[in-house]
Design a protein around this ligand. Structure first.
Ligand code: GAF
Length: 378
């Protein structure tokens, strides 16, 4: 935090008025369910973005990132959809959604620093948008409730950046608490903090960053989203969340592709409910097979995995993991592995060997510790 404040001072010649932090996330289970009004079970990582900011009297904005060269500068009125590219589109979009929503905003100096890797499916962009929405609103006199920040940050992605995401990532960043997974009904936004501490059960939840870059804005995600909406329409339900008779729905659908997309969403919602029930009863080990079933569904029915991801899952399972799956939107990114603490070393070694054999770049592996959500820190 003091690093961010000193970097801010060095860049802008004065100190920040405030500092906010927002974490990246892992989704334990419940993938591609959020834009189908379904259930999700994410938690926040200790990896986070920190944003230092202060108001400017002249209606100008200046953005800097410690992870990017140069400075982005514009006037507030120039920040409209389509006008800003690269990382600056996210803070620009945060200011645009606030203005568009009728909240008072003015000029802003902003410097961000992040430990959330970008393009790894760990929600680096939700961390950025949540932090900047909170910072800009607060500095201009509005303390937004977390559910407002979530919706506004989602709008940044949907209407400014052009990524039709749901509310999983923003909710995880805003609402997570240490030692818990966040069970959320994305239709009602009702939440439950479910205790989740693998180490207390002699287990570890590893994150394997496959380093296969994921690019969700590039169409595949939007295709899945569209297929789900079309299937819901042809089944006569508001959202796939409302499908109660899966065999009946499958026989009513016109083609194999939509049948597979629907089967994934409906079975994944059921797996979230099963995982929550197991966590509530303290049986963390039994969540393993649900993770693996989720992966198979995402690989075969939803088709969002890539060879690096499948290799990590297969190698981890072969080395004795209790369960493993891709996490996040897919097409690259990270795998999570639930494994007994005594099998961690073998598991990591087996995954690394499998990567070497296939000629893939060395994956990064770290342990996921359920951590606190976004907040003002100074
Ligand atoms: C991405 C999206 F941003 C989320 O809204 C969610 O749909 C996820 O992919 C898949 O579960 O992270």
């Amino acid at each position: 935090m003091s690093d961010v404040s000193s970097a801010f001072r060095a860049a802008f010649g004065h100190g920040p008025e405030g500092v906010w932090t927002a974490p990246g996330r892992i989704n334990l289970i419940g993938e591609h369910t959020d834009y189908n009004d379904g259930f999700v079970l994410p938690f926040a990582l200790p990896l986070a973005l920190t944003a230092a900011a202060s108001r400017r009297p002249d209606g100008a904005v200046r953005f800097r990132s410690r992870q990017a060269a140069g400075e982005f500068g514009a006037s507030l009125s120039e920040l409209v959809p389509g006008a800003v590219e690269g990382w600056a589109a996210y803070p620009a979009g945060a200011l645009w959604v606030l203005r568009d929503g009728g909240y008072p905003v003015g000029g802003l100096d902003l410097l961000v620093d992040s430990t959330v890797p970008t393009g790894a499916g760990l929600s680096s962009s939700a961390a950025l948008t949540c932090a900047v929405v909170m910072a800009a609103a607060s500095l201009h006199g509005t303390e937004l409730a977390p559910d407002r920040v979530i919706r506004l940050a989602q709008r940044v992605e949907n209407d400014f950046v052009g990524m039709p995401c749901g509310i999983l990532d923003q909710s995880a960043s805003m609402l997570s608490t240490e030692g818990h997974a966040l069970f959320m009904d994305t239709r009602t936004m009702e939440t439950e903090q479910v205790p989740f501490a693998p180490d207390a059960h002699g287990l570890s939840l590893l994150v394997v960053d496959t380093r296969a870059p994921h690019r969700l804005v590039e169409g595949h995600y939007a295709d899945r989203h569209r297929a789900c909406k079309e299937a819901a329409r042809s089944l006569g339900v508001a959202a796939l969340r409302d499908v109660t008779d899966l065999p009946g729905a499958l026989s009513a659908l016109p083609d194999d592709l939509s049948r597979r997309r629907v089967r994934h969403v409906v079975t994944e919602n059921a797996r979230v409910l099963d995982a929550v029930a197991l966590l509530r009863s303290g049986d963390v080990r039994a969540v393993g097979p649900l993770l693996t079933a989720s992966h198979a569904s995402l690989r075969d029915d939803y088709e969002v995995t890539v060879p690096e991801v499948d290799t990590a899952v297969d190698a981890a399972l072969a080395a004795g993991a209790l369960g493993a799956r891709i996490t996040g939107g897919g097409f690259g990114g990270c795998v999570i592995v639930l494994v007994g603490a005594d099998a961690v070393r073998t598991c990591v070694k087996t995954v690394r060997e499998a990567y070497r054999e296939r000629g893939f770049a060395e994956p990064a592996v770290f342990e996921a510790v359920p951590s606190a959500g976004a907040r003002r820190v100074a």
